[in-house]
Write a protein that binds this ligand. Structure first.
Ligand code: GLU
Ligand code: ZN
Length: 472
């Protein structure tokens, strides 16, 4: 038997970590068993679905390298097909038309709640002859068995049993003719021969309805695995309305796909104490039996740590591709691509994200705007002109432009002029980076190269001379 799984998101909001975990676990399970993986977009709820979100689903999965073998199937393409099956079910009395208006149903529900009864539909229309009613709007309901029970074995939670007498006659086609989730899901999983359904626990209560529909048509029942919730640090379920859990947000921040996948795979799945998994290891080791029943906590700190780990353990060649992509997005002009490797080498131990690398390296790509004369005052307060001139001259005469030689040259100038080296470094730091903090300034000087370093120092000297500051 070929193992076949699917990811079936509804395009009603941004993908969050819960969605991606469902996609990842389903994909890994199929990959582990050399099976197939299907992408299906569940977009029959027209009022909430948007093409913008379906496109984003594909984009994010592509970015994460979660590849599908079939699809994307769009449920909205199959409405007439679903309707023909529903018609057939009505003919076979597996389903029936319900003519009750929304208003009436609401009223009945309220009455039942007041009487503390379960708020299910009272099945008024279950046995009326549809031929006696003409031209009245209707929904179609599944004729759920009234007795007996539905039992299934959840691969994560074990045996689960629902008594039929607590289940509703669920609506499978709305009054506008559009079939509902519980129906389409069953038909699509059957048509694409899905063997294992891995999804969020919010669908646990839908499962008995879906099994009953399958049984009514004498179809095979797939295996089910319902994943427990992901909660935030306050114990609340993560929501797709909160940007902090949207995958797109992390994409924009410059998280690496490998880091996201490694972080997500550990949300509820484990293999001993191992934390770091390559994609191949995930595929080799993944099993449903190691999925945890309890909820998992989303920890941003851990995700940042994981991303830093991947930034530092991925080749500079790959990091360079990402770095360049985010630099381009920011509109930074890269005149000399050769320096990118050096910048990466310099900054990667300090960065949790690629976006942070872009921010920390902005002075290499942008003219530093000394917006106020505060910086110049700061420089001038160190009485620097003479020392800067000497440093420039000595740097200028360096034959080999290396970090080591730059340090030696600056040290020499410091000793000869009796000017504290700490102050020299600070001066150069402000001149070259516009900041009071930076990585090792001699490495930065090395990356800038001789010409630009000298030019920047000389321009600054000129500007300092122009500024009149009372105190001096
Ligand atoms: N479309 C459903 C959702 O996004 C998933 C349905 C399923 O996996 O059965 O929650
Ligand atoms: Zn009715």
């Amino acid at each position: 038997m070929i193992i076949k799984t699917r990811f079936a998101p509804s395009p009603t909001g941004f993908l969050h970590f819960g969605n991606i975990r469902t996609a990842l676990f389903s994909w890994l399970f199929s990959q582990h068993h050399k099976g197939l993986f299907v992408l299906r977009i569940e977009d029959t709820d027209y009022s909430r679905s948007s093409i913008k979100y379906s496109k984003e689903i594909e984009k994010i999965l592509n970015w994460l390298n979660i590849t599908w073998d079939e699809g994307p199937y769009y449920q909205s393409d199959k409405i007439a097909y679903y309707q023909s099956i529903i018609k057939n079910m009505i003919d076979k009395k597996l389903a029936y038309k319900c003519y009750c208006s929304k208003k009436l149903l609401q009223y009945k529900k309220q009455q039942k709640i007041l009487r503390k009864e379960t708020s299910h539909y009272d099945r008024t229309c279950r046995d009326i002859n549809p031929n006696t009613i003409i031209n009245k709007p209707y929904t179609v309901r599944f004729r759920n068995p009234l007795t007996g029970s539905v039992t299934f074995y959840d691969e994560i939670r074990g045996k689960i049993k629902f008594q039929n007498n607590v289940l509703d006659d669920v609506i499978i086609q709305r009054s506008d003719g559009i079939p509902t989730y519980n129906f389409c899901v069953v038909i699509d999983d059957k048509d694409t021969h899905i063997t294992h359904i891995i999804r969020g626990e919010e669908h646990l209560n839908n499962t008995p309805y879906q099994i009953n529909i399958l049984k009514s048509m004498k179809l095979n029942i797939p295996k089910y695995a319902h994943l427990s919730m992901i909660i935030d640090k306050d114990g609340k379920k993560i929501s797709k309305r909160n940007n902090n859990f949207s995958i797109l947000h992390y994409y924009k921040q410059g998280f690496l796909p490998e880091a996201i996948l490694n972080y997500v795979v550990r949300l509820g799945w484990s293999h001993g104490d191992k934390e770091i998994f390559s994609i191949q290891e995930m595929k080799d080791l993944f099993s449903i039996s190691k999925i945890n029943k309890s909820s998992s906590i989303f920890q941003l700190d851990k995700l940042l740590w994981m991303n830093k780990y991947y930034i530092n353990s991925t080749s500079n060649k790959v990091i360079k591709r990402y770095f360049q992509f985010y630099l381009d997005q920011k509109g930074f002009k890269i005149h000399n691509k050769k320096i990118l490797n050096n910048i990466i080498e310099l900054l990667k131990p300090r960065c949790n994200t690629i976006q942070q690398m872009v921010t920390l390296s902005s002075y290499f790509f942008q003219k530093i705007e000394f917006k106020t004369i505060k910086h110049y005052k700061e420089i001038k307060s160190k009485k620097p002109i003479k020392i800067l001139q000497i440093i420039t001259k000595n740097l200028c005469s360096l034959k080999i432009w290396s970090c080591k030689n730059i340090v030696l040259s600056i040290k020499k100038s410091s000793i000869r002029e009796n000017y504290p080296i700490k102050n020299i470094y600070m001066l150069l730091r402000i001149i070259l980076t516009g900041k009071n903090h930076s990585p090792n300034i001699s490495s930065i000087i090395e990356i800038f190269g001789k010409k630009i370093t000298i030019l920047k120092i000389l321009t600054t000297i000129n500007n300092i001379k122009k500024i009149k500051i009372n105190k001096y």
